[in-house]
Design a protein around this ligand. Structure first.
Ligand SMILES: NC(=O)c1ccc[n+]([C@@H]2O[C@H](COP(=O)([O-])OP(=O)(O)OC[C@H]3O[C@@H](n4cnc5c(N)ncnc54)[C@H](O)[C@@H]3O)[C@@H](O)[C@H]2O)c1
Ligand SMILES: O=C(O)C[C@H](O)C(=O)O
Ligand SMILES: [Mg+2]
Length: 551
């Protein structure tokens, strides 16, 4: 935003509202425009939390906080920082799902860029109209696969907005340098197409070559305008997610959060879990329910980790089982993508099971000593009592991660998993759940195995280190540093992932590890550890008021 023409009171990046001092009010032409009292940021934060609590529903809290973000960004981030565990589910998963569903109904003010198919010949012009001149991070979606709730069309914008607010809260990226983008290529959601208030382009989705040409044109415009930006792909449908990542990953500073960020957080959580279970990943049989971009992304990294732990690629593959809506991925199926085919089992592996047709999850768990059960399937309740009890009958500490979002899509509820396994299950979920109750001690928080532990730190790392690519090694480094920070490594009763109170410190550690790896991989300028640590510290933006109204 142009600082010279904007009014300090109305510019969300500059305003302090009632915290402008009397001297600033005189100097900035604000005298008389505010009530007399001068409040501190801390008082504004407490007052805002009172307002948040007073709202009737979480959707109302989301609307309140989004409006605050549009009004006064520093206050918004100070509010979030004051109570991260309470704020996170309100601005992010799961409430953001409702915010996306009802996007057109609750619309207030524009934020970010809407690049629509009818404007396809003017994408560069639209990009030049952005309010932020310099941009460190773009999060872009086309709204087709929002969390586990499907096609939300233009309503998908809630996701880039929410993700970028966590880039700032957790990764310290300056909010003035973040840009949410929605590629509006239509929607196939009949409810939205029939909704008189729908704000997107009312048309069925453009697909195939025309879609790819549109994405190409978008990327070309970004490369022209913002060549150094980190471009994060988010919530693209699986048939587009992998091809898009492969198309651009060697040409841009880019990654797909659902594929790579999810893999890194899952591997990080598995570190503490396998440690407590006393069985390293290389000795586990791992089952994934769901063969979409998220599930396959996680299994790729799991397999790579098994190889790093000493297995051959074939031995590692033999420990991986992937089940989708039809059943087990097997080599005789003709409906698998290349990425899925890498996990297809030889039909001979299961021939002796006596199952007619493709084995399902229950069959796999009945015939294999499964130690790790992961869910990225969107299938509510798919980890049934029978399946979990069978698993728990074979292994001492079953590792069970129902990772689908939002809450209602989870494959199981932690309290049920806890009950069915007599408290032996090692659990992490994608969405937040209440802590597990213990008669003989304090409640145990359930780790939220969500890529929010990863992407803000990756953004901080590439910005600080001035990286030009996101390599697989950098994502592995993120997983490793997160795993090292697991509270379960020192206390087997502790959650598998760091507490929210520590998440910003952990992001610094992850960022340092990722930056180091970027230098080692030759995709960032040479720098010592000390330089990188200083760069991470320097890059971090904090939600405080400057000495006057101009900063
Ligand atoms: N925790 C996290 O950080 C995180 C990150 C990314 C994605 N996710 C969640 O993962 C889920 C999947 O995302 P995606 O992009 O891979 O989706 P997707 O729709 O591409 O894939 C879903 C997969 O699950 C399978 N499936 C669907 N119903 C099933 C059923 N009843 N039984 C067995 N398999 C079934 C499908 O065949 C498909 O392979 C979403 O809910 C998303 O929110 C969570
Ligand atoms: O957005 C989230 O909460 C995680 C993940 O990116 C998802 O798509 O579910
Ligand atoms: Mg996502």
């Amino acid at each position: 935003m142009d600082e010279d023409t904007g009014h300090a009171l109305d510019d969300p990046l500059r305003t302090k509202g009632t915290s402008f001092t009397h001297e600033e009010r005189r100097r900035l032409g604000l005298l008389g425009l505010l009530p007399h009292a001068v409040t501190t940021l801390d008082e504004q934060v407490r007052r805002s939390w009172g307002e948040v609590r007073r709202q009737a529903t979480d959707l109302d809290r989301y609307i309140y906080l989004r409006a605050l973000q549009d009004r006064n960004e520093r206050l918004f981030y100070a509010v979030l920082a004051a109570d991260v565990p309470t704020a996170l589910p309100l601005v992010y998963t799961p409430t953001v799902a409702e915010g996306c569903r009802r996007f057109s109904e609750i619309w207030r003010r524009p934020r970010g860029l809407y690049l629509s198919w009818p404007d396809r010949d003017h994408l560069a012009e639209a990009l030049r109209n952005r309010r932020q001149r310099e941009v460190d991070v773009i999060v872009v979606t086309d709204g087709q696969r929002i969390l586990g709730i499907g096609d939300q069309g233009v309503g998908g914008m809630g996701i880039p907005v929410g993700k970028l607010s966590l880039y700032t809260l957790i990764g310290g990226i300056d909010p003035a340098r973040t840009l949410p983008i929605l590629l509006d290529v239509g929607t196939d959601n009949p409810t939205l197409l029939d909704d008189p208030f729908y704000l997107g382009w009312r048309h069925h989705r453009i697909d195939d070559d025309a879609y790819l040409a549109f994405v190409d044109a978008f990327v070309a415009a970004v490369q022209d305008e913002l060549p150094d930006v980190l471009l994060q792909w988010e919530d693209f449908a699986t048939p587009h997610a992998h091809p898009i990542l492969e198309r651009y990953r060697d040409r841009l500073l880019t990654f797909n959060d659902d594929i790579q960020g999810t893999a890194a957080v899952a591997l990080g959580a598995l570190r503490g879990a396998t440690e407590v279970a006393g069985v390293p990943l290389r000795d586990q049989q791992v089952v994934m329910l769901g063969a979409g971009s998220a599930g396959i992304g996680v299994m790729e990294m799991v397999r790579q980790e098994m190889v790093d732990q000493g297995l051959s690629p074939d031995e590692a593959r033999a420990r991986c089982w992937v089940v989708d809506v039809r059943g087990l991925l097997t080599g005789d199926r003709d409906d698998l993508s290349d990425a899925q085919r890498a996990f297809a089992r030889d039909p001979a592996d299961v021939a002796g099971w006596g199952v007619e047709g493709l084995p399902g999850l229950a069959d796999v768990v009945a015939h294999v000593t499964v130690g790790v059960l992961l869910g990225l399937s969107t299938a509510q309740g798919a980890f049934t009592e029978d399946i979990v009890r069978t698993m728990a009958g074979r292994v001492d500490r079953p590792i069970v991660f129902p990772l689908s979002n939002p809450t209602e899509n989870a494959e199981a509820r932690p309290a049920d998993l806890d009950a069915w396994t007599g408290g032996r299950a090692l659990i992490a979920t994608g969405s937040p759940f209440p802590p597990l109750h213990r008669e003989d001690g304090p409640d145990i928080p359930v780790a939220q195995c969500n890529n929010v532990y990863i992407f803000p730190a990756v953004g901080l790392a590439v910005t600080a280190a001035r990286a030009t690519r996101v390599t697989d090694g950098m994502m592995r480094a993120a997983a490793g540093a997160l795993g090292d920070a697991s509270p379960a490594l020192s206390d087997p009763r502790a959650p598998l992932l760091p507490r929210w109170a520590d998440v910003r410190d952990v992001a610094d550690d992850i960022a340092l590890a990722v930056a180091r790896r970027a230098v080692a991989d030759g995709v960032a300028p040479a720098a010592s550890d000390e330089d990188l640590r200083a760069a991470v510290r320097r890059t971090r933006w904090e939600p405080t008021y400057g000495a006057d109204g101009s900063a």
